[in-house]
Design a protein around this ligand. Sequence first.
Ligand code: SAH
Length: 267
Amino acid sequence: MKYSNRSKKSTYGQNFLFNKELLTALLDSCHLQPNDNVLEIGAGAGTLTEILAQRVGKLLALEIDDSLMPYLRALEQKLPNLRCLHCDFMTWDFEEYFRDTPSVKVIANIPYYITTPIYHRLIFSSLPIEELSCMVQLEVAKKIIATPEQKNEYGTLALICRHKYNAEIVRVVVKENFSPVPKVDSAFVRLTRKPEASPVDAADTAYYRLVKASFLHRRKTLLNSLKASGYEGGLVAEALRCLEIQENARPENLRYEDYVKLAESLG
Ligand code: SAH
């Protein structure tokens, strides 16, 4: 293999899944409907894409690597409900693309080097994303479902996901299933939008901002962490007092409900 190809593979986080039985079992857990609108980020050579397209109404598959596009173009010829785009998900205007779509599901074996940016982009958006089921590194999966009891894993990712979604690990997928074999195991994580979740508004944005700021300086107290992130110390101290949270509490001591209330009182 030429050096340029090798470096591209590692740059794009390419770990392919060719095991169709495994992929079929994972999709069985997604409860897909024949009229679903689905987005796949990082379609690769299209193994998941093909199985997915056969189960849903419309599938839009994105891929950044031009050398993989011929495989995807061939699939497009076969599957009329499949559209493939050669683009970088991180700069592509997905909100514009899905502007008039009432509901979107994201199902993918995503590139791991941008796992958190992908989750943030999707979750902070105003799009009605009903389900977000992705393959991620096992350690990231544990962070997504963590509660304050899992002190080391609990943090921004769990609190951001939990705000609008219920999260579960569907299945742990050992690294030998991937090609090339990565260093760590993975897990398929399913986020389903809470029935009562409203579209993202200014109050949600304030919550997301608070959570990110709280864990930015993990070893500081929550109060100092927020002060360091530009929150007014007096206001934070007052809000903590009203919520009966100790002034020396650390970010990982607060539950999801505490962050919601704190975000509300800080405005
Ligand atoms: N879904 C495929 C490939 C998974 S590997 C499978 O399961 O086999 C992740 C894929 O994401 C790679 O094909 C990689 O080229 C692609 N990718 C990496 N960064 C991307 C980005 N920013 N936007 C879109 N695709 C990307």
